[in-house]
Design a binder for this molecule. Structure first.
Ligand code: PLP
Ligand code: ZN
Length: 501
């Protein structure tokens, strides 16, 4: 819709101008640093950073109901820079002018309600928000659109040039980083580090196709991360891991969209996310806090973070109820089908600790929970969801397993509705489905395939092997008729079909 058709009183708000006074805030020593250069940890104390806005209070001068209208009206615009995560420009990178925004179709992913069958099995009404329907097929595109737009902004101001972007990845960060960097080629080159044999072949093909330099490293993700941190420390590179605070900022859009998807009413809502490096859960909580402070949502939804028992450092940290006695200890991961979340030493742990505390303080009661699930339940619930119309990845399965666990533990009650993050598309992780269906999952995953869930193709051969078509040898008309009848009869018998009258 064209701007002059919008109501007069809202028109001046519809197209955002670059504004805000953003800066990096250190979570350790609380120092503030300028956004003018690429920065990932505090130069003074080496802690992680978050991006804050000195003018945040100005946003609160506009009534929440007006913000709601602004975002609803913005939905009708055809301006590419405002079609993705920057619909919420004022709340997530307001210093970036729209000319520097990179939009590849990220965000505004569908919210799909569970059907009656699945609701009955789970015992609660819930939705998946399918972040697998992003350009590189995972939620990582949200943070990457933000990080790459921020780099484009530095390039546009002549503050950086010849950028080499690097990241370590459990598969999806590298796919997103390579995709977004390739859009800015030749201004940006990208290199990704992957743990050898610990990403799926689909995930490996993505950065290769985008033209990134791909390095495979022995070990697990945590080892790759150490190398990338060393590179970022010693050399001039742009780090695209979620250590980069711009990534967190972009991923806050997930919460803004949930708020808008549910008409700004967060009462009795529960948002469930899987935890790996803990960037996403930090962003999701932060996003809801910002909208709550601006009076755009009426309350803070309950948050549940889920971890597999094979990679559960955050869950372990929160087992101790006494906050003063909690101590973070990295864990040694074991093989997990939720491979994108298979991280023993999450980079964003300090962010989770800070933001969880803040989140609970707002409500005055515990509103953030962490649950642990088995590998078996992750796989079983993923397959069950997908047999009921969803496209959840294994981490999406982990969310559903987490929902079931939370119901068991009475963390969730019957009046509540859950929104689950299907963080990637199922096809990225189809190798695990394949292994399950072929009963070939290696023993250390601790998964026994349930025969009722296995699904394999059946090859139907004709009785007479001589009448078999092939690409080279086509059948004559008579033989083809025989072949068609013979095979059709076999399929009809298998399906128990009745002859139509
Ligand atoms: C990265 C990723 C996660 C974990 O998110 P964090 O921000 O690392 O906690 C979960 N699922 C998928 C599909 C991912 O790519
Ligand atoms: Zn510091």
């Amino acid at each position: 819709m064209m701007l002059d058709l919008f109501p007069k009183e809202i028109r001046s708000f519809i197209i955002p101008k670059a504004g805000g006074e953003l800066y990096y805030k250190c979570l350790g020593c609380l120092a503030e640093h300028s956004l003018d250069k690429l920065l990932y940890v505090c130069p003074e104390c080496n802690e992680v950073l978050l991006i804050e806005d000195r003018n945040e209070k100005d946003l609160h001068k506009i009534p929440g109901a007006t913000w709601q209208q602004i975002f609803d009206f913005r939905k009708m615009l055809k301006i590419p820079a405002l079609k993705g995560i920057y619909r919420y420009h004022e709340f997530l990178g307001s210093c970036i002018p729209l000319e520097s925004v990179i939009y590849l179709g990220e965000g505004h992913t569908p919210v799909v309600e569970a059907n009656e069958n699945l609701k009955k099995k789970v015992g609660l009404s819930f939705f998946y928000k399918n972040d697998g329907q992003n350009p590189s097929a995972s939620f990582k595109d949200r943070g990457m659109a933000s990080a790459i737009s921020s780099i484009k902004y530095l390039i546009d101001q002549n503050l950086v040039s010849d950028v080499i972007a690097v990241c370590a990845s459990t598969g999806d960060t590298s796919a997103a980083a390579a995709l977004y960097a390739s859009y800015l080629s030749p201004l940006i080159k990208s290199a990704v580090l992957l743990p050898h044999k610990k990403v799926t072949s689909q995930q490996l093909s993505q950065p290769l196709g985008s033209g990134a330099q791909v390095f495979e490293i022995p070990g697990v993700f945590d080892d790759c991360m150490k190398i990338v941190e060393h590179l970022a420390d010693k050399y001039s590179v742009a780090l695209l891991n979620s250590k980069n605070a711009w990534r967190i900022l972009g991923q806050e859009s997930y919460s803004y969209e949930i708020a808008q998807d549910f008409e700004w009413d967060m009462k009795n809502r529960v948002v469930i996310v899987p935890i790996g490096n803990a960037g996403n859960i930090s962003a999701v909580m932060n996003g809801f806090i910002k909208f709550y402070k601006a009076d755009i949502i009426n309350c803070l939804p309950k948050i549940i973070g889920v971890q597999s028992e094979h990679a559960d450092p955050v869950f372990q940290y929160y087992i101790e109820p006494d906050e003063t006695r909690r101590k973070f200890i990295p864990v040694n991961t074991k093989p997990s089908v939720a491979q994108a979340a298979m991280i023993g030493n999450p980079v964003s742990m300090p962010r989770v600790i800070k933001i969880t505390k803040e989140y609970n303080t707002f409500t005055n009661y515990q509103n953030v929970f962490f649950v642990q699930v088995t590998e078996q339940s992750i796989m079983d619930w993923q397959l069950t969801a997908n047999k009921n119309g969803h496209i959840a990845c294994t981490q999406g399965g982990e969310c559903l397993a987490g929902l079931v666990k939370a119901i068991e533990l009475d963390i969730i009650t019957g009046q509540e509705t859950a929104i689950l993050d299907a963080t990637a598309h199922s096809i990225k992780f189809s190798e695990f489905q394949d292994l399950y269906f072929k009963s070939a999952i290696p023993e250390d995953y601790k998964i026994n395939p349930d025969p009722d869930k296995i699904n394999l193709p059946s090859l139907i051969m004709p009785d007479n092997q001589d009448i078999t078509p092939s690409q080279k040898k086509r059948l004559g008309q008579k033989d083809l008729q025989k072949f068609v009848k013979n095979i059709s009869d076999k399929i009809a018998r298998r399906l128990n079909l009745k002859v139509s009258l």
